[in-house]
Write a protein that binds this ligand. Structure first.
Ligand SMILES: Nc1nc2c(ncn2[C@@H]2O[C@H](COP(=O)(O)OP(=O)(O)OP(=O)(O)O)[C@@H](O)[C@H]2O)c(=O)[nH]1
Length: 362
């Protein structure tokens, strides 16, 4: 599965692929240049120069597209196959002009396959192998039909057979490695999932799924810092369900739990990121609301309190839940604990004033 392979594909991986492709293309050019010097390459020096200029231009285009994609935050992994395919095409083109020593450049294809083993999926690898073997056969057929008398059919096709055998052997090995790699990727994925779950357990309240107190304080500290730097206005709201003890006493603890879960769901429905809610303990909740102005926060909290009042509990028709809240705006230079203490004082006053209301600082 390509998605699995894509995880962990980063800049370094791309740099390694680029370096491998560069070294491979450089070695290929050098071998062909030596062949030209020794008279094995059936092109004039000018035509050789133009041919390799075109091949390097192709490398450059594919590489630049991948770089551009990576810089834009895209997945450069999808350029791995084009890099390998163009490298193979470059080998095949040069094989067209080499007399007798075609195998010299075609062995480079085994290196191309090797690079692909750790980077592309099973089918991409099979496609690449078919391109190498099939392309080599096409090169031979073209040469055979162009100049049958100069074509040493027996030797050339023997070489092709040897090459094909080598590719098949390598593919058997490669597919085994791809399988192992997939299993490792699968296990890594499971481990990462487990790590995410453990982290969630550590930072989330088990009953409601909202963030717990400790993580809420970390987030509040961070949000206060950002608000201090003027990134936004931060409204901090302490919310406490009213007479929750009575609800527990009258309807039982399980219904009390259900009320907490329902309220958390209600908060999730009303808050869009980056606004967030946390359960600070018992029936106490904290809201952090980055806003443009105070009214925006007030209206939102009022909507939440109204929605809670209207909330019905199917098998408990008589149960009606309300909450009290204290809303403050974080001031410049204020620490998280200080903001929280101010919101808590307002909440206390809201309770004193008869509950089921939101109080703000004058
Ligand atoms: N069902 C349930 N009850 C809880 C949980 N955590 C705390 N409580 C109960 O919540 C109740 C909180 O009661 P109080 O602190 O007296 O507050 P209250 O009854 O809501 O009164 P006011 O806040 O003054 O309106 C206690 O009875 C706790 O046992 C929980 O996870 N589930």
């Amino acid at each position: 599965m390509p998605q699995r392979i894509s995880r962990g594909y980063d800049k370094q991986e791309f740099q390694r692929l680029s370096l491998a492709a560069l070294l491979g293309a450089g070695a290929h050019t050098l071998v062909c240049w030596l062949a030209l010097q020794w008279g094995f390459f059936a092109l004039s020096p000018e035509a050789f120069f133009l041919t390799f200029l075109a091949l390097w231009f192709g490398h450059l285009v594919v590489w630049s597209l991948a770089c551009l994609t990576l810089r834009k935050g895209g997945d450069a992994r999808r350029f791995t196959e084009p890099v390998l395919v163009w490298s193979t095409v470059a080998l095949l083109i040069s094989a067209l002009f080499l007399s007798d020593h075609r195998l010299l450049v075609m062995v480079f294809f085994l290196a191309v396959l090797q690079i692909g083993v750790f980077r592309v999926g099973r089918w991409q690898l099979v496609r690449l192998a078919l391109l190498g073997v099939g392309g080599y056969a096409l090169v031979l057929l073209e040469l055979q039909s162009r100049e049958p008398s100069a074509f040493n059919a027996l030797v050339e096709w023997q070489h092709w057979l040897l090459f094909t055998l080598a590719v098949v052997l390598m593919m058997v090995l490669a597919l085994e490695i791809v399988g192992i790699r997939r299993r490792i990727d699968g296990r890594n994925e499971a481990l990462q999932q487990m790590a995410r779950q453990i982290r969630d357990l550590a930072i989330r309240d088990e009953l409601t799924g909202l963030y717990g107190r400790r993580h809420a304080m970390e987030l509040l500290t961070k949000a206060c810092g950002q608000a201090r730097r003027g990134a936004y206005l931060l409204a901090v709201v302490f919310v406490d369900l009213d007479h929750f003890k009575t609800i527990n006493d009258q309807y039982g603890h399980l219904i009390g739990d259900r009320v907490l879960i329902r309220f958390a769901d209600l908060l999730r429905r009303h808050l869009q990121p980056p606004a967030l809610a946390a359960r600070m303990g018992g029936e106490e909740f904290l809201l952090m609301l980055p806003v443009d102005h105070r009214e925006q926060a007030r209206e939102l909290v009022e909507r939440i309190l109204v929605a809670l009042r209207k909330e019905g509990f199917e098998d408990q028709p008589g149960l009606s839940v309300t909450a009290s809240a204290g809303l403050v705006l974080a001031s410049a230079g204020e620490e998280a604990e200080q903001v929280l203490a101010r919101a808590d004082r307002l909440l206390y006053q809201a309770k004193q004033a008869g509950r089921d209301r939101l109080l703000e600082e004058a």
